[in-house]
Design a protein around this ligand. Sequence first.
Ligand SMILES: N[C@@H](CCC(=O)N[C@@H](CS)C(=O)NCC(=O)O)C(=O)O
Length: 328
Amino acid sequence: MSQTKIEEPKTDILKLADQDGQFRRKASQFRNFISSDPSSPFPAENDRYVVYINYGCPWAHRVNILLHLKGLTSVIPTIIVDCQLVPNGWSFTGNDGSATADPLYGFKHLRDIYLKADPEYTGRFTVPCLWDKKKETVVSNESSEILRMLYSEFDAFIPEDRKESVRPLFPKHLQKEIEEMNEWVYNTVNNGVYKTGFATTQAAYEEHVHVLFASLDRLEKHLEGPGHAPYLFGEHITEADIRLFTTLIRFDVAYVTIFKCNLKMIRYEYPKLHDWLRRLYWDEGEESNGGAFKKTTYFDLIKKGYVLATKAPNAIIPAGPLHSILPL
Ligand SMILES: N[C@@H](CCC(=O)N[C@@H](CS)C(=O)NCC(=O)O)C(=O)O
C-alpha cells in the first residue's frame, strides 16, 4: 500500500533572492480578463468577484485605490490577509485588518485559495488575487491587468461621473505616453526598490540603487514638462499616477531605511515629486472620489510588512520619520 504523502509547498516562500543575490520577480500566472460582455467567460457582475489584498503591498494597494476611485468597493469587496509573510505565505490571523479565517472557505492561508483554483499551481501565492466566487477560480493575480479590467468593464455598476467615458484613467490620447512611462517606471522604480531592497550581495544592491535614483531624477524633470502637472499627465489623475503613488508613498517611510534606498529622500530632495505625492494623498475632493489615496494608505502596516519580509536588523520597526507624510 502506498503511503499518503503530505504535500509540502512547492515554492520556498521566504526565499526572495536567487543564488546570485538578485531578486527576480516571477511573471504572474493567472491572466484572465473580466468583461462587460455577459457572454464572456468572466462577465462583470455585482458581488461575484472579491480581491484578496493586504495593506502593506504596493501592487495590492494599486487595486484598492482603484476600487475607491471608481466607487466599486461594494461591487468587488476586498478580503484582507495579514502583513507578515510566513513559510505558508499570506495568512488569516486576525491581525493587520485580516479576519481570523478566509470568509469564503475558512482557509487559514491564501495559498489554499490558489491551490483550490489549481492544485498543480507552482507559482507564488501573491496579492492582489482576484477571485471568482461563481467559477471558484483565480481570475487574475497581475495587478496591472486587474487595474485595466476595472476601468470600464464595471461601468454599469457605478455613477455616471466615475465612468471611464467621463473621467478616464487611461485616456486614449495619452495611452502611448503612459505605456512608455509604465515600462521604465515598473523596471527601475516600482520593481527597482525590490531589486535594491531584496538584493543579498553588495554588487546586486549597487547595480540597482543608482538606477532607481536616476529614474526618480527623471520623474522629477518630467513633472516640470509642459502638460505634466499637477498630475503626471496634466489636470487629471491617470493610471500612471496610481502606479507611481503606491511606490512613492512607501519611499521615505520604508524604502529609505528598510530597503536601503537611501541616496535621497522624496521630502527633501525631490520638491516636485513631493508636491505631487502630497496632493494625491491629502486630496479628499472629487478628483480622488473623497480620498481614495489617503483612505487606502496604512503607514504602520507598510513598515511592519517590509521589516518582517527582509528581517531588517532584528525585525525592529523603525520609529521615524517623525511624520509619515508632511502636510500639503
Ligand atoms: N506582478 C504582481 C506582483 C505581486 C506581488 O509580488 N505581491 C507580493 C506582495 S508585495 C506578494 O504577494 N508576495 C508573496 C510572495 O511572493 O510569496 C502584481 O503586480 O500583481
